[in-house]
Every structure is written in structure tokens, then in C-alpha cells.
Design a protein around this ligand. Sequence first.
Ligand code: 3PG
Length: 385
Amino acid sequence: FKRMTDLDLAGKRVLIREDLNVPVKDGKVTSDARIRASLPTIEHALKAGAKVMLMSHLGRPTEGEYAEEFSLKPVADHLGSLLGREVPLIKDWLDGVDVDAGQVVLCENVRFNSGEKKDDEALSQKMAALCDIYVMDAFGTAHRAQASTHGVGKFAPVACAGPLLANELDALGKALQKPEKPLVAIVGGSKVSTKLEVLEALSDKVDQLVVGGGIANTFLAAAGHPVGKSLYEADLIEAANKIAEKVHIPIPVDVVTAKEFAESAEAVTKKVEDVAEDDMILDIGPQTAHIVAALMKEAKTIIWNGPVGVFEFDQFGEGTREMAEAIADSDAFSIAGGGDTLAAVDKYGISDKISYISTGGGAFLEFVEGKVLPAVAMLEARAND
Ligand code: 3PG
């Protein structure tokens, strides 16, 4: 695909799709990682003298309707403070946007337009008519074939990848397509069902597959261990066994349990065979955490998605903490992605010790599954014109 950094942007109307879908509370942005990740792209375009128009979605509003709670106003304010300049928010932008060279505006939530999610052609053409160059930079939304991520790129005079998207694809490609071995993946989170395709795809590629959270419980049950009243999926035991036949999975030898799921719950460490009928497994135990940490030390490439315990509650966060610190200390090329993972990276303060932190949640998982991201396919199709 074409890259924005190879193009002359001076005086051009440049329409950039970012993923500025960030958490907002009481009119304030509460985590600005995605906004900060998009800054180099925006600053590059401004420096090059482009007329910069930014697009993004925020949340999942009823399509075609304005709703204040999904307005990008807090994002415009926050972005403005990071850039050190005002970023006007344009409410009605489909029929044309006034912006000078070297200036930037933010177009209001793309999902307020009907047809956005359907990848509507007429809407895509209107977006395309706004610009000379369309830049797709929203890795986090690259798995969506929608008007602002996909359709617009088919009709814009030029369609290219922004630096954030290109860097994500380079980093993820490095970890998955030609990884230095051993390659170790950690897949945590609550359910096998939501990560089945990821687990299956990784089981063909990795040397060790570390599982955590509710996912580990299903693997424990599959291996014949008692899981008490822990979250697990009985109907996926067969699928878990099939995965375990393909790849080495160091299932926990000890776990941290509680009688209830609560912030105040008392944490009790047990050997896996001692889990009682009224126990809930809420973290991996210390012995397991050491085993996992040792794997991180030997690894040359690490892919991390999902915490291994209920780390929101400190007494069930030790497994995730020890693992996160082991990843931080490892010399491996490490990638972390997915919403909860980034919250854990933040909580344990290791963000600058991970080689690459993906801005994608669903997009990251689909990439790991080996799926073609529609926005990337569109850019490839437009590579030569
Ligand atoms: C995300 O947060 O994963 C992306 O911004 C995509 O959002 P969506 O799932 O609402 O399309």
C-alpha cells in the first residue's frame, strides 16, 4: 500500500481516519493512549502544510442520530491541549469543510451519519469528495468495513496508510509472520468462546501458549482438574483438548481462590488438585507465576493478550503483575494488545518496557487470527493508482 509519509501533502486537503474511540467520563477523556498514538501522524501532516481534516467514531450511538453523549467534543479539547492549538469540532461536515493549510479540524462522530456502518456508497463518495488524499490511520477500526474506514478509500483521489497504521502492521507482522523463536503467547481473559479463533491460530504458530483467567479454568477442567464454581465453559472442553494436542500449554499448578467474587474477598492459594466445590479460581498461583515468568525470560518473541487473573482486585493481581514484570524484563520483542491488557500494562507501569503496544482491541485479535483487515485490503487494492 501507499504510505502517507511518501506523499507530498503541501496545500492538499488531507482527510485522516483515526481511531479516537477513547473512554470518556463526565465530558473528560479518561485514557488518551489512542489520541497520543495518533499525534505523530497529525503533526507530520500539519508540518507538511496539509489542510488536515480528522475523522473518528466514538462509542456505538444509534446510527444517523446526533447524541451529545457520543460527541467528540471532549476528544477535540483533549487533542487540542496535546497539540498546543485549538482543534475546532465540525458538526456538519459532509457538504464541505473550511480548513487552511497547516490547520487541523475534527469532524464530529462519523457514526452520526446514516450509512456509516453499512459502508454506504453515497456516504463514502461524499466523504471522498472532501479530500485530495485519504489517509487510513485507524488500526483499531481497520477490521470494520465502514464508510469512513473502507468505502471512502475506494473513491478518494488517493488512498494511503498513515504512519500509525503502517507501524502497527509492521510490528504485528514482525511478531507473527517471521518471529524470532521461541515465540510465546499469553492469552488471558474470561472466556474461551471469545478467543477460540485466536487460540487456534496461535496454537499453529507458537512454541508455548500460556492461558489465564477463565480460559485457563476451561483448560484445567479439560485436564481433569476440579474447578469448583469458577467461570469455565463445559461445552468447550473438547475444543480445549484439541488445542492442547497441538501446542504446549503450561496449565496452572497452583491457583488463587476465593469463596466470592468481590473486592473484599479473601484470597487463598491452593494446589490445583485441592480446589473445593465452593471455590472460585481468580488468579494463577505464585508457583505457576514463576513458571510463566521463566518462559518469558527464554522467549525471543512475546505476544500478550489478556490478564491471567482478576487484576482489578489487588489480591488477585499478583499473577498478572509478575507476568507483566517478566515481560518488561525480557529481551524478547514483545507486543501487547487488547483493552484489558493495556489496563494491566498501565496498572503495573511497564508501558515503556513493551516493544510495541497495539492500539487495537478487536482489530488486534483479528490480525492475530490471521484475518484480512478490510481497510488494509482496500489500501492494497489502491496501491498502484
Ligand atoms: C475498538 O474500540 O475496538 C474500536 O474502536 C472499534 O470499535 P467498534 O467495536 O465499536 O467498531
